[in-house]
Design a protein around this ligand. Structure first.
Ligand SMILES: Nc1ncnc2c1ncn2[C@@H]1O[C@H](COP(=O)(O)OP(=O)(O)OP(=O)(O)O)[C@@H](O)[C@H]1O
Length: 323
């Protein structure tokens, strides 16, 4: 598996104007990589996921490429993507599992249908064998197979969604805020199952979240996104230990640490993200950045390779990325 996102730009047309949701995004993942995508609400995380899933809404306009195993999926027609890629090669665990299922059909029946529609070599007995195997892996009781979606708890439903994403053994799984609707116990359970069934099995994972602490536990790489632009991208241990971009620093210092009976002082980044319907000349973070210089307000910083990661900041030195 290889995923190369190259110069991705996505905007949404609204009325006479448009929202520039993604700007010049580049990143690359290989088999076994796990990437945490973090950033405030509206930073463009779901837009990236939808672009990879070929599920952008009608009002989206895009340019750039997303090479998946060397084929540009943005240039593929919808039908080819649906037949060859969706479920089989790339799948998604969406934010709200409620919407993922038909409320009047039994869970097992719906999972069998996904499998049979996407793989002509599979019959009902092979499909149910795979489903029971995944239920077992995800600590779901076999009775779930015959239940209606509404008869499951939130945590069970989200685990069934994980099972559905894994049914056809895809190479890349995108988890978009998969634990938002769950209590902390179920959050921890779902996260550890995602780690065990996706990361530890050498599949590639893109994990989208507001929750930085989760990324630290799941992802080997991290990408901080702000106003649709990459601020920092690279090895998560390096970035968590010593973030270089002022935005990554701000995000990390906003994580509460209540361990060992001590409550660390939580900082927040004053101000709000910019209005994406207006042109942003310099670094989008400059108006909120406590160390911004004049250049930051007028010139976009390039992504530079610095100390083992890419950083887009005029005030952090290093080699240019060349992209
Ligand atoms: N269909 C749409 N039409 C117009 N604007 C949209 C559309 N979808 C998203 N946007 C805008 O694009 C920007 C990026 O949205 P996106 O949902 O990708 O962000 P996000 O980081 O996933 O946010 P959240 O964390 O809240 O899910 C936001 O300004 C959002 O309002």
């Amino acid at each position: 598996m290889s995923l190369q996102v190259r110069d991705l730009n996505i905007s949404y047309k609204i009325g006479k104007g448009s929202i520039r949701a993604i700007n010049r995004v580049y990143f690359q993942l290989e088999k076994g990589d796990s990437l945490g995508v973090i950033g405030e609400t509206g930073s463009g995380k779901t837009t990236i996921a939808n672009a990879i899933m070929r599920a952008l809404p009608e009002n989206a306009e895009y340019s750039g490429s997303i090479f998946f195993n060397n084929k540009d999926i943005l240039k593929m027609d919808q039908e080819t993507y649906r037949k060859e890629i969706r479920w089989k090669k790339i799948s998604i665990i969406p934010q709200y599992s409620m919407n993922a299922f038909n409320p009047i059909k039994r869970v097992g029946e719906q999972l069998v249908k996904i499998m049979m529609e996407n793989d002509s070599n599979i019959d009902t007995s092979k499909a149910s064998e795979r489903i029971f195997y995944l239920f077992n892996q995800l600590s779901l009781p076999p009775e779930i197979y015959k239940k209606l979606p509404d008869e499951l708890s939130g945590g069970q439903r989200q685990r069934v969604v994980i099972a559905s994403a894994l049914l056809l053994d895809p190479e890349l799984v995108i988890a978009d805020e998969p634990t938002t609707a769950l209590d902390v116990i179920n959050q921890a359970r779902v996260i550890s199952l995602i780690k065990r069934e996706i990361v530890d099995k050498q599949k590639t994972l893109i994990y989208i979240t507001h929750d930085i602490a989760v990324v630290a536990g799941v992802a080997k790489k991290v990408l901080t996104l702000y106003a649709g632009e990459i601020m920092e991208f690279g090895d998560s241990r390096k970035i968590f230990k010593e973030p270089l971009h002022p935005y990554s620093k701000g995000l990390l210092s906003s994580v509460p640490d209540i361990r060992f009976g001590k409550v660390k002082k939580v900082h927040y980044i004053p101000g709000d993200p910019p209005d994406l319907s207006k042109e942003i000349k310099g670094c989008p973070f400059a108006p909120r950045c406590s160390i911004a210089k004049d250049i930051c307000k007028v010139e976009k910083p390039k992504l530079r390779y610095v100390d083992g990661r890419y950083v887009a900041c005029h005030l952090v030195g290093g080699e240019e990325n060349g992209q």
